[in-house]
Design a protein around this ligand. Structure first.
Ligand code: NDP
Length: 339
């Protein structure tokens, strides 16, 4: 048990991920509780509050006015990418810690403003990269860092899905450049991008990229993006993402003495498979996987309640958005872009 808990959350944005994935994970966690839900639609807020047994149902205006602010200690922001900043700023103004969904914002400038708002208010800001609490991914990171495959030299990662074949409405915020900040790179490509940084424990210094524009309903956004990130002292990560491919989802690190691959690392609570190849021998590794969402919320709460340093922080999330901008710049100019 952690003294002072549970950490009480206001969940801001009641689309898919907040009510269907995050609120159940909070309910299952040891150190967190949802006391407040916030929506643009009061009737929806009341319905979700009722269904999930949550005390306070607020609109975004109520939240900005500080209504029921005594009922929560932290804010989980789970709205479209370009609508993270106003809620992060409100939370910071109210002195609440913030767990903000990925990508931190739709532009690097707005992501930086999220970081500044929380720094100025003296509250924690964590970017909600759940793969950093995924046990398989953590196992890969530890194994690579321990030198089991020699020096990591080539990383490969991909995450994509067929949005059209999945029957999704093309009139949605993920295909609106103003709300999403980009195409599948912002939504999905950011997973291998960030996982490469996490597993290598290093930040890229340059990117080279290409994109393929989507159909007219993609409103100028790419349907495919491939990018290479160069890391200091040699490792290179090649990643790709798209909204047309069915279920591409893997991450692999090639080292000077072996290789580790995880299949399906990026699905929520996915069915993951790890394969390690050393000296020509392939071995399957079984890692016990609790829900990474529950781990993420409990990790954040423990950090806040015990005053522990929390990561990935806002600056870490800001770096990724800066990298996505460099990816788009490189795709447009055809040039390698330094970070
Ligand atoms: P949804 O489209 O399902 O829901 C977004 C919700 O945001 C809407 O239902 C709405 O809730 C609110 N909203 C406020 N303004 C707008 C607007 N102008 N247009 C559309 N919605 C609006 O999105 P998700 O829940 O899938 O994604 C939300 C965030 O979470 C994104 O940043 C996404 O990248 C991230 N995400 C992270 C995942 C992860 O695994 N970590 C997985 C999925 C998403 P209301 O009606 O209550 O105001």
């Amino acid at each position: 048990p952690v003294d002072g808990g549970p950490l009480r959350f206001a969940v801001v944005g009641l689309g898919w991920f907040g009510p269907d994935v995050a609120i159940p994970a909070i309910a299952e966690s040891d150190y967190c509780e949802t006391t407040t839900v916030v929506s643009g639609d009061r009737a929806k807020a009341e319905r979700v509050a009722d269904e999930k047994d949550v005390e306070h149902a607020l609109t975004y205006d109520d939240f900005a006015d500080g209504e029921a602010a005594d009922a929560y200690d932290a804010v989980y922001v789970v709205t479209p990418n370009a609508l993270h900043l106003p809620h992060v700023e409100t939370a910071a103004d109210l002195g609440k810690h913030v767990l903000c969904e990925k990508p931190l914002e739709a532009t690097a400038d707005r992501a930086r403003q999220c970081v500044e708002a929380c720094d100025e208010a003296g509250v924690e800001l964590m970017t909600a990269y759940r793969m950093q609490t995924t046990r398989s991914v953590r196992w890969v990171r530890d194994t690579v860092q321990d030198g089991a495959i020699g020096d990591p030299v080539q990383v490969r990662g991909a995450f994509g899905y067929n949005l059209i074949a999945a029957g999704e409405d093309t009139d949605q915020w993920r295909l609106d450049p103003d709300l999403a900040g980009g195409g599948p790179l912002m939504d999905l490509g950011i997973y291998p991008l960030n996982t490469a940084r996490f597993v290598l424990d290093s930040d890229p210094v340059a990117v080279h990229a290409s994109t393929v524009e989507g159909p007219p309903e993609f409103d100028g956004l790419e349907k495919y993006c491939a990018f290479t990130m160069e890391f200091p002292d040699g490792p290179v990560a090649q990643c790709d993402t798209g909204y047309e491919v069915a279920g591409t989802n893997y991450f692999e690190v090639g080292g000077t003495r072996g290789r580790i691959r995880v299949d399906r690392p990026f699905d929520v609570d996915g069915d993951r498979r790890i394969t390690v190849e050393q000296e020509g021998e392939e071995t399957a590794v079984d890692v016990d996987e609790p829900s990474e969402m529950v781990e993420e919320f409990d990790y954040f709460a423990t950090g806040v309640l015990t005053d522990m340093e929390i990561g990935p922080d806002g600056e870490h999330g800001h770096f990724d958005v800066r990298t996505t901008e460099a990816v788009y710049e490189s795709a447009e100019t055809g040039e390698r872009v330094d970070l």
